[in-house]
Design a protein around this ligand. Sequence first.
Ligand code: NAD
Ligand code: UDP
Length: 331
Amino acid sequence: MILVTGGTGFIGSHTTVTLQQAGHDVLILDNLCNSRPEVVDAIAAITGTRPGFVEGDIRDAALLDRLFAEHPIQAVMHFAGLKAVGESTQIPLAYYDNNIHGSVTLLQAMQKAGVRTFIFSSSATVYGDPQKLPLTEDHPRSATNPYGHTKLVVEDILENLYHSESGWRIARLRYFNPAGAHPSGLIGESPQGVPNNLMPFVAQVATGQRPRLNVFGNDYDTPDGTGVRDYIHVMDLAEGHKAALDYCQSLPQALLTTNLGTGKGYSVLEMIQAYAQTSGQDIPYQITARRPGDIAACWADVTHATQTLGWTARLGLEDMCRDAWRWDQQP
Ligand code: NAD
Ligand code: UDP
């Protein structure tokens, strides 16, 4: 059985589907601070199997001890956490508490229970402002906001833990920009309030919930002046997690650090155009000032993931837009 923290969230729910379809039992632990319990029904509808679900917090040590005692958990995939860069500058303590204290509490419970396989959601944000592209895993790390700092710290904690005792099998997966949804249209990304990320915002413009998109700057040193990112289909990302789990479980111990991206960058304008074409909707936009802290361009070197995991992203921009649009039209 795999314990999936944050399993009703965007990436965790899609990964749960992939794990179940690969024959794993899944137990989800989520406090529902950024997701809804109906996601469990949707996962059951897609896979034909209902994952276990516990509403609870990764900072609840007693609950974790109980879960490890009562279930045959072999590995943990840790998605739970807060992820909004802007919010993290306003309430940094909540970010340090959820993301760092939460991860430490979870790791302590694992250590007590003798469960030592851990897959961690890190982020390309740990690379800071890229010195060279594409980004390889040995690129220097830095953080410009509390959210990014929590990812750096947890990466370091995991490295310390790996070296402190034998038998830990740890993957630190650095995601680029997840997009898209499950092709069934039953699960996808549901941000609360005003979306911070580009694609959910584009979706809300396409469906008429917002009048227009603000494009944050067109004076970057990129082909069309707008920011360039490596968008990866969330189902490819889910497959990457399964590959990382298989890799870890095949070794007596492991510390894997790898990018999960496609290796291709698309600009904001290219993304708007692709989504408009797929959805057949108009996406009005206006160019506004740069968003503070944004970088010009960021995309992955995927050689390491390909060579180590035998994994590579298979879905492209059209797949991401088509699957996102199917989900985005749900009432
Ligand atoms: P999400 O908000 O959709 O999912 C996170 C889930 O964790 C939510 O369901 C939330 O309710 C739950 N959660 C939060 N704090 C919790 C706690 N203390 N205890 C129990 N549950 C808790 O986010 P996501 O996009 O699926 O991201 C998953 C992970 O991937 C996060 O760690 C995020 O930082 C990381 N990540 C996301 C992106 C992205 O763009 N989506 C990029 C890089 C890394
Ligand atoms: N972006 C934008 N308008 C928005 C949201 C994002 O122009 O409403 C741009 C942003 O400046 C960046 C790209 O879209 O160039 C991706 O932003 P997102 O927040 O999705 O990801 P991140 O910046 O974290 O890579």
